[in-house]
Design a protein around this ligand. Structure first.
Ligand code: AQP
Length: 326
């Protein structure tokens, strides 16, 4: 069976962007692949974290994985720092990476903008991500569009290592959804929706109550021409809302454009509030059911053991090929 790997950082509550860009695909791929889904806490510490908050967010993200439909009977669910192979392989890949290619990563450039000196962890983030993926001989990586460049880098590093040490890594492919691969912030549709943005109305978190969903969507930035039409260049706000509507319901953007012809933004937004609240209600209910259950930690412990047994096999092969150890 081919293998899927992906992860989410425990840096806050998962939002619609994370869900539509990544998690929805996690669930869909479970029947056809062996799936390995990780809570990437070592990525989270590339920026400062409060230890108590980080612990809470790890369990929140784990519970949200299960709440959206990741099935621990089918998929391996675990916390990255519980499997030491991630850090170990990351060093081996660091020695096969170049500062030039890492400097070109747009996410690093964005996050280090206007800083005289950026944290080295932020710079090395894509190498750790490559290690996460390659550790599991991954074939497919379901992620949002913002991760395209990191996936390309992972493929470059794996290809480079295979050139020196043939047969070391499986070269993975990215897997990007047709709708929802890049959900933009509701208050500024030129920026991607993000967990760490200051304005809570810039995003819809999966645990938001209907009243918050309503407030955020009704406040969402649109434009002044009043036509519901998909046009990223000239109407980024409306296009983003159409994209969200389409990704949540499966109705195509062109069908939505036809259905809302002649109607105002108010009507469209009200319907989107209903669609979003209906989609998130069962996720919130399931989350509340499992978040504080002992089952959750047991699932993560079992998941770490299963992940570790795959990781150890990969590390033995990689170290042998590199000529490391006894
Ligand atoms: N706006 C988005 N649209 C579509 N997909 C998105 N993803 C993130 N934002 C969007 C996808 O979600 C997965 C998990 O992301 P992550 O938590 O590892 O990191 P991130 O991309 O840095 O997410 P955030 O929400 O923006 O977090 P912060 O604010 O902490 O940096 C990935 O597959 C990502 O592509």
């Amino acid at each position: 069976m081919k293998r899927v790997f992906s992860g989410v950082q425990p840096t806050g509550n998962i939002h619609l962007g994370n869900y539509l860009g990544a998690l929805k695909q996690f669930v869909e791929l479970q029947n056809d692949y062996q799936c390995v889904y990780c809570i990437v806490d070592m990525h989270a510490i590339t920026v400062p974290q409060d230890p108590a908050e980080l612990k809470k967010h790890i369990l929140d993200v784990a519970a949200l994985y299960l709440a959206v439909g990741v099935d621990p009977e089918k998929s391996i669910v675990f916390v990255q720092s519980d499997v030491s192979g991630h850090a170990e392989l990351s060093w081996l890949l660091t020695c096969n990476s170049y500062t030039g290619e890492l400097s070109r990563m747009t996410q690093f450039k964005d996050k280090s903008k206007n800083k005289e000196s950026a944290p080295a962890g932020l710079f090395m983030y894509p190498v750790l991500m490559a290690a996460d993926i390659l550790l599991y001989d991954t074939d497919l990586v379901p992620v949002g569009n913002d991760q395209k460049q990191h996936i390309e880098l992972c493929r470059d590093i794996a290809g480079r290592v295979n050139g020196k040490y043939p047969g070391t890594f499986v070269i993975p492919d990215g897997y990007f959804p047709k709708e929802g691969a890049r959900i933009m912030a509701l208050d500024d549709p030129t920026k991607k929706m993000s967990k760490s943005a200051e304005n809570i109305h810039s995003r819809i978190s999966l645990l938001d109550e209907p009243s918050k969903i309503k407030k955020s969507i009704m406040k969402a930035t649109t434009d002044s021409d009043g036509i519901i039409r998909f046009d990223i260049e000239n109407k980024p706000g409306v296009s983003n809302l159409l994209n969200i509507y389409s990704a949540l319901t499966g109705e195509s953007v062109s069908s939505l454009e036809t259905r809302y012809e002649g109607k105002g933004y108010g009507d469209f937004k009200k319907d989107l509030v209903t669609v979003t609240a209906d989609a998130l209600a069962p996720i919130r209910d399931k989350f509340n059911e499992i978040r504080y259950s002992s089952e959750l930690t047991q699932i993560l412990r079992d998941g770490a053991a299963r992940a570790d047994s795959i990781a150890q096999k990969t590390m033995a092969r990689v170290k042998e090929n590199f000529g490391l150890g006894l």
